[in-house]
Design a protein around this ligand. Structure first.
Ligand code: AGP
Length: 592
């Protein structure tokens, strides 16, 4: 979902902003725009499609101030005219937004009645005109922007560039925004995340919702949106490990991040018993324990709830962030909600946490991005420490979340050391797993199935969520219909879908449901399915192919999901899809 970038400094603004937007493109976009200010005039360049090289748009050497935006279309089609930023009527300022103005129609009608004309179909233009309306009475842009912002409903983060001074204003609510300052205080950055300016500075100012930042006269000030009062802020240093976004010789971020899992599952569980102790005690005394997330993080939430039930004997329930309506009045004092999120900015998950907090429940979270909203809302804060996950399809964040949940569940029942040893063993086995032989086996499987359109994945017990996540992974990158099912569901309807040659993947671990899984494979095989086994049990009948995963006991969900990640990757490559930025998808779904 959209990316925002702002710069005031002593470097070429077009270059700094273009680079910044390119570092934000993993967030998903379909058009983009840059506005730079030179000789008290704002020049805008907008384009549909991918961000090119700065040479392509080089227009204004000697421009040191500007803003940029990558747009993931919500209101209004993907057109150059709808791309941000948008000019005020008198061209004295421009605005870009990340979010949705939920009362856009009502505001637009009011503004049209007051004589404003609209040139785009976007909700963002409503913000521009609303600021102009406030400026009729208040001559000061910052105050006019603040009052206009208070009229907006929804999660909106906006950035404003003024024409006749070196002046940028930004307001945060819902969608992420962070400020960066160079050590010599000559350069100021505003962006949707730290990654986009981290190669310039490691000194950041984190902002909360309903806070407004102003950069003017080469000085950064922070204000409360509610009352306009100026507030103090802290400049914090960001850990170096958080900011490396290089493919390191791999063709795509996805394969790099898949292979990194051999290490990241250890990073994510690099906590001491003491660091987990407070959360462990809280879980033991909690009335109800919930886990919550969306998409891949939702499946990780399911897997963690499974571990908390199975290992820690806690009655943990997995919830979907976007289906919390019926829980609003049930979650409260004494409950614990464990939020799972790579970005920490997923709107659905944040909204679930807002009422969780309001109702008096406690929040724990495992998040990958530093300084995210989810982390800042949490009473018990944990990081996946997986390094930036750039590919839109989540891989290393999922296994990091699952391994952390496994460690937590074991810590509840005093098996912390044993769990750490098991994770280390799995990490070691993965260090010998990503062989050319494995890749060749998967490529030949991909060659056999690439023309099919419908695929099924069956899992059970500890591999049930793996079937759902494995199917999602392949869906996202190949755009083929991969559906994950509980193997127990097969005879209750799903088997009607199995036709001659239908590829059905069965996840088989050396666990108590192994025989049920082999029976499921036999049933679909008897109906002509092309059956593929995934797991640590290769010597099985009824399979046309079997992708072996390392022995991992209760950590099999981690090793069993990896073949699906690799199938997704190699099938996506064969299909010629955009691996790291699949169509229609965004890395962080910061709008509901
Ligand atoms: C994962 O491959 C997807 N890109 C998506 O489902 C993602 O997991 C989901 O949007 C949640 O994102 P989060 O982990 O940043 O909260």
């Amino acid at each position: 979902m959209c990316g925002i970038f702002g710069y005031i400094g002593d470097k070429d603004a077009e270059k700094v902003i273009t680079e910044g937007l390119k570092r934000l493109e993993y967030r998903g976009y379909d058009s983009w725009g840059i506005a730079v200010k030179k000789d008290d005039k704002i020049h805008i360049h907008k384009k549909i499609g991918e961000i090119g090289d700065v040479e392509e748009i080089k227009q204004l050497p000697g421009a040191f101030v500007g803003i940029g935006h990558t747009r993931w279309a919500t209101h209004g089609g993907v057109t150059k005219n709808n791309a941000h930023p948008h000019f005020s009527t008198d061209m004295s300022f421009v605005v870009a937004q990340n979010g949705i103005v939920e009362n856009f129609q009502e505001l637009k009608s009011m503004l049209e009645e007051k004589g404003f004309k609209f040139e785009t179909q976007t909700d963002t233009e409503v913000i521009v005109r609303l600021i102009e309306l406030k400026l009729r009475d208040i001559k000061e842009l910052r105050e006019a922007a603040r009052l206009a912002f208070l009229d907006l409903k929804g999660r909106n983060t906006i950035i404003i560039l003024e024409q006749n001074t070196d002046h940028i204003i930004a307001i945060r609510n819902g969608s992420p925004l962070v400020a960066g300052i160079s050590a010599d205080r000559k350069e100021y950055f505003l962006a949707s995340d730290i990654l986009s300016f981290a190669h310039h500075t490691d000194q950041v100012v984190f902002m909360n919702d309903y806070q407004m930042v102003e950069i003017k006269d080469r000085k950064l000030s922070l204000f409360e949106v509610e009352n306009g009062n100026e507030i103090e802020y802290k400049i914090q240093k960001v850990e170096p490990g958080e900011v490396n976004i290089d493919k390191e010789g791999h063709e795509h971020f996805m394969i790099k991040e898949i292979i990194e899992q051999q290490y990241t599952i250890k990073e994510a569980t690099n906590y001491t018993k003491d660091e987990l102790a407070e959360l462990v005690e809280a879980l033991k005394s909690a009335k109800n324990v919930y886990t919550v997330g969306a998409g891949t993080a939702g499946y990780a939430a399911g897997q963690i709830a499974y571990y908390l039930r199975k290992i820690a004997k806690l009655n943990a329930v997995e919830l979907k962030s976007y289906e919390m309506e019926s829980y609003k009045d049930l979650i409260g004092e004494g409950d614990i909600m464990i939020a799972i999120s790579q970005s920490g900015e997923t709107a659905d998950t944040i909204e679930a946490l807002e009422f969780t907090k309001k109702n008096g429940a406690k929040i724990a979270s495992i998040v990958n991005m530093m300084g995210s909203t989810t982390t800042r809302m949490s009473d018990y804060k944990f990081y996946s420490r997986s390094g930036p996950e750039i590919c839109v399809a989540s891989t290393k964040a999922f296994t990091a979340q699952v391994s952390w949940g496994y460690l937590l569940a074991n810590a509840v029942v005093d098996k912390f050391e044993e769990a750490k040893a098991n994770i280390a063993k799995v990490s070691e086995s993965l260090q010998n797993y990503f062989t050319e032989e494995l890749f060749e086996q998967i490529k030949s499987l991909v060659d056999r199935i690439k023309d099919q359109e419908h695929f099924f994945v069956l899992g059970r017990g500890m591999n049930y969520y793996v079937s759902l996540e494995g199917a999602l992974k392949v869906k996202e990158i190949t755009y083929k219909h991969f559906e994950g099912f509980a193997a127990g569901e097969l005879k209750h309807g799903v088997i009607a879908l199995v036709d001659k040659g239908t590829p059905v993947f069965c996840i088989v671990s050396d666990d108590e449901v192994k025989n049920d899984m082999v029976s499921a494979a036999a049933e679909v095989n008897a109906r002509g399915a092309f059956t593929v086994g995934i797991g640590d049990n290769p010597k099985q009948a009824f399979f046309e192919d079997f992708i072996e995963a390392p022995q991992a006991g209760d950590l099999s969900p981690i090793t069993n999901v990896i073949p699906f990640q690799l199938i997704s990757y190699f099938l996506g490559v064969v299909l010629g899809n955009n691996i790291d930025k699949p169509r229609n998808l965004a890395k962080s779904v910061t709008v509901k």
